[in-house]
Design a protein around this ligand. Structure first.
Ligand code: ATP
Length: 866
């Protein structure tokens, strides 16, 4: 069989089952092509044949057949004539209808319908949806191009529902509601899909009706605010944050009842179809609209000013009113018709919208009965971007922002909750919390899927910098430039939302893949907070995740039409960019090792780290900390062995610290306090240095050789620094950082302070343990370095051919605080970065593998969950 044109399955004149003679193509969507044909056995009656290639990856016609058969006898369903398949295609023969509603709206000069037409269409569509729900199915792709007017004199004013390819049974054989899946792939068309679909949740009946609501808004306003947005998640966020008052500006306010009702419904709830219908009918009756009044197109779109068609009916324009769609359908040759139906692939199914035709605003209702004309003067675009949104940003994955900020606000306000381990931030911590900046972005990059990055900027500045106000966080919309980010208002912590945050954070963090830390504006490498499957992306039944740009996502046509099939795996369609998010192309494959960390695991650690910073800072200012631990530290004589050891260190490590700053933390420091501060800092340094040594020794033996081979240029430069510091003074360089090569770490450490016999013994024990473990597990830095370059599947032991280098940098801030950055370089490329633990006891207890991931100095509890 040859096609009449490339890509078409049928050709004009072709006979199917010796009964249907193909005339021409009248439509094409994502899943099939629709041909106009003659029924030779039925007085050449015109029929529509929907065909799909038997080779199509996505077979949906079987579902269509199943649903259409069940819908027979319903007012808004096409007549079913037959179906079949051969080795080339599957086909469904049904009654031929007229133009679809997307075409009809586009043909309107204002791209919108009058209120009369829009709401009467709305009533019919509502009833059509009610019909499909009544047979136990959801449509899941409610949109204007899936509704068409009849084409015969008796059907031309009836709306017909088309395209059941994405339908799903929500009732089982017993008529009970099927239990919802915890995660369902996105189905539908992005522009009209309900938020539920955007969230990949199981859709319910209310979601079909929500799509109807969006259709109505578009009918009335001429467009939807997200019509140009390509990103599905962004659209979802816009929908969730939409202010319906603004969305329906100038429309009958009763329409607000529709989303209000739908929002109150959950998956199993029965929508109140009558209430919705009544809402529409009430408006119509208030406007004195008759259901028999002509539709806009029957009046050739004359005088469409938003005024009720009732005025025009008095014009007696009966001939136009009764004009059949037959003509219109006939007029549309394949060259016009084939592609002007709703394209399934893009956000804007309307080509003209995509090419930037400006929007026209539907005149407000109160002008309906006035003589005021709106016809000639195009109104300004209905929606400016984001105008329609509420000023809060907390939708979809962005819940995490509110949640994080609320939690921080709670901590900063001194509230304690079990979730933050009872850690109460003192009022002196407020500065710290105010300076924590959360900056998120949804990354819809080519390979990363719908990940959410959260950058936590720990503004570790001395508290004296009170002039620096709170750092406003911002949300980065996916794919939007920084400029757009800047437009958005700073995130405000909202105590009122704390309880919601507590709930939503876990949910939101399901999508949270990476956390980036930056200290004092310096970005640390990303780490994973949670590695739960990314349910936010397009997930198929097999667990792999797809990214795609197609507007309509389809369910699979099972081999046998299994109505109880629980999964609707999606398949790539129509050349859409599909990137299976396999472990092989995950951008940060190794982050999976980290395990599932809840934010609540992270926060206490942050707070603890901060407390340590505070303590040092307070001591450096000569102010005794009021916290018991600080007092204890000051007393120097009692408490845990660790404290005692640290106290010992203090006495031994009273080395002068030369700093470019006038004093530690900028505070005037007297002799005593200077000693105390420097001692404490030195004790921390000692921990750090020990960590250096430990990691260096962990690369002993053959692997160590490979490490030392790879000292980079940076390393050599930094060795100069080190030698200059080996005089026993730690001298921050102009950048306040030291680069410490592997080969010199031990020397560097010794130069700071020799280990006590106890510490030396402990150290030796730990190194031995460390060596054993890293050899057994292949987690030596060399192995890790290589592993970091590979995908998940790469074996750590493939590291032999690489020349990894460990580069450590101590970054000392002006205020005396510091942190250590550790980088694993492979052939000069940073493959991993791991600040060593700040707590030497902890470090001695943790394996090399664990230490690698201690960006946040994760609490052992959190680590043990990985
Ligand atoms: N029975 C019919 N009579 C007349 N036109 C039809 C009929 N069925 C479909 N069409 C036209 O073909 C277009 C595409 O049909 P349909 O939606 O069934 O295909 P699809 O491949 O599922 O499209 P999409 O992916 O856009 O949903 C419709 O918008 C409509 O204009």
């Amino acid at each position: 069989m040859t096609s009449s044109s490339e890509g078409e399955i049928l050709q004009s004149g072709q006979l199917i089952r010796d009964r249907w003679k193909v005339n021409k193509k009248v439509g094409g969507g994502g899943f099939g092509e629709i041909f106009d044909a003659f029924d030779l056995q039925n007085h050449n009656e015109r029929v529509a044949i929907k065909v799909e290639s038997s080779k199509a990856t996505k077979q949906v016609l079987k579902m269509e057949v199943a649903v259409l058969r069940r819908l027979q006898g319903k007012k808004h369903a096409c007549k079913f004539y037959g179906c079949g398949r051969n080795d080339k295609f599957n086909y469904l023969v049904m009654s031929l209808q007229g133009k679809n509603l997307a075409d009809l709206r586009r043909e309107s000069p204002r791209q919108c319908f009058s209120v009369s037409t829009a709401l009467r269409l709305g009533v019919q569509i509502l009833l059509g949806i009610k019909e499909i729900h009544s047979i136990g199915f959801l449509h899941r792709d409610i949109k204007p191009s899936n509704f068409a007017m009849g084409r015969t004199p008796t059907t031309m004013r009836v709306v017909y529902m088309l395209d059941f390819g994405l339908a799903r049974q929500y009732l089982n054989a017993k008529g009970e509601i099927r239990s919802p899946r915890s995660a369902a792939g996105f189905r539908g068309t992005v522009r009209y899909a309900a938020v539920t679909a955007h969230k990949n949740k199981e859709m319910g009946r209310q979601d079909d009706l929500f799509s109807l609501f969006y259709m109505l808004v578009e009918f009335l306003q001429g467009s939807l605010p997200w019509r140009k947005i390509k990103d599905k998640d962004e659209v979802g966020r816009m929908k969730e944050e939409a202010d319906f008052d603004v969305l329906l500006e100038g429309c009958p306010s009763d329409l607000l009842n529709i989303p209000a009702h739908l929002k109150s419904l959950g998956y199993p709830d029965d929508p109140d179809y009558d209430l919705l219908e009544q809402t529409l009918r009430n408006i119509l009756s208030r406007m004195n609209v008759n259901m028999d009044d002509p539709y806009d197109w029957e009046l050739n779109y004359e005088n469409i000013s938003g005024r009720s068609r009732t005025t025009t009916t008095t014009n007696g324009n009966v001939s136009t009113r009764m004009k059949s769609h037959t003509t219109a359908v006939k007029d549309r040759g394949p060259e016009n018709r084939a592609l002007d139906t709703q394209a399934p692939l893009t956000m804007g199914e309307d080509d003209d919208e995509q090419t930037g035709n400006c929007l026209f605003r539907c005149p407000p209702m109160n002008s309906t009965h006035t003589a005021e004309k709106h016809d000639d003067k195009p109104d300004k675009p209905k929606y400016k971007r984001q105008e329609f949104m509420r000023p809060k940003y907390g939708a979809v994955s962005f819940d995490v922002i509110d949640a994080v900020n609320a939690r921080l606000a709670a901590a900063a306000n001194g509230e304690s909750s079990p979730k933050n381990n009872g850690v109460v931030a003192s009022s002196s911590n407020n500065d710290f919390f105010q300076r924590i900046r959360y900056d998120t972005s949804v990354d819809n990059g080519k390979s990363a899927g719908n990940n959410v990055d959260v950058t936590i900027d720990l503004g570790l500045r001395p508290s004296r910098t009170s002039d620096s106000g709170p750092v406003g966080g911002s949300i980065t919309a996916p794919g939007t430039p920084a400029a757009q980010r800047a437009q958005r208002p700073p995130l405000q912590a909202e105590p009122a939302r704390i309880s919601k945050s507590n709930r939503s954070i876990t949910k939101a963090l399901q999508n949270l893949v990476r956390v980036k830390l930056s200290v004092g504006g310096k970005r640390l490498p990303p780490t994973t907070v949670t590695t739960r499957r990314d349910t936010h992306a397009f997930a198929d039944g097999s667990g792999s995740t797809y990214q795609r740009t197609a507007a309509t996502t389809a369910s699979k046509w099972p081999d046998s039409f299994d109505e109880t099939a629980d999964e609707d795996p999606i398949l790539p369609i129509d050349g859409a960019a599909v990137v299976p998010r396999s472990p092989m192309n995950h951008r940060f494959p190794r982050s999976n090792i980290v395990g599932n960390h809840d934010f609540h695991d992270v926060l206490p650690t942050l707070i603890k780290n901060f407390e340590m910073f505070q303590k040092v800072n307070a001591e450096s200012s000569g102010v005794a900390s009021s916290s018991p631990s600080s007092q204890h530290n000051n007393n120097n004589n009692h408490g845990s062995p660790r404290r005692e050891r640290r106290s010992m260190s203090v006495s031994k490590s009273a080395l002068p610290i030369a700093s470019t700053d006038s004093g530690l933390g900028g505070s005037p420091v007297g002799n005593g306090s200077h000693t105390s501060a420097s001692s404490t800092i030195m004790s921390h340094f000692k921990s750090l240095v020990n960590s250096f040594n430990n990691l260096g020794s962990s690369s002993a033996g053959g692997r160590r050789r490979s490490l030392s081979r790879g000292i980079s240029l940076d390393d050599h430069r930094s060795m100069a620094n080190v030698s200059s510091s080996s005089t026993g003074q730690i001298k921050p360089s102009s950048t306040s950082s030291y680069n410490t090569p592997v080969a010199s770490r031990r020397h560097y450490g010794s130069s700071v302070e020799p280990l006590s016999p106890v510490d030396a013994e402990r150290e030796a024990r730990r190194q031995r343990r460390h060596r054993r473990r890293s050899d057994i597990h292949g987690t030596s830095p060399a192995a890790i370095a290589s592993y970091g370059q590979r995908d998940d599947s790469a074996s750590p032991t493939r590291s032999r051919h690489t020349t990894p280098t460990v580069q450590k940098t101590i970054v000392i801030s002006d205020d005396g605080s510091y942190h250590v950055e550790s980088r694993l370089l492979n052939n000069g490329v940073i493959v991993d970065s791991t600040p060593p633990p700040m707590d030497d006891k902890k470090s001695s207890n943790l394996s090399c593998r664990r230490k690698r991931y201690q960006f946040l100095n994760f609490a052992p509890r959190a680590m043990s969950r990985s």
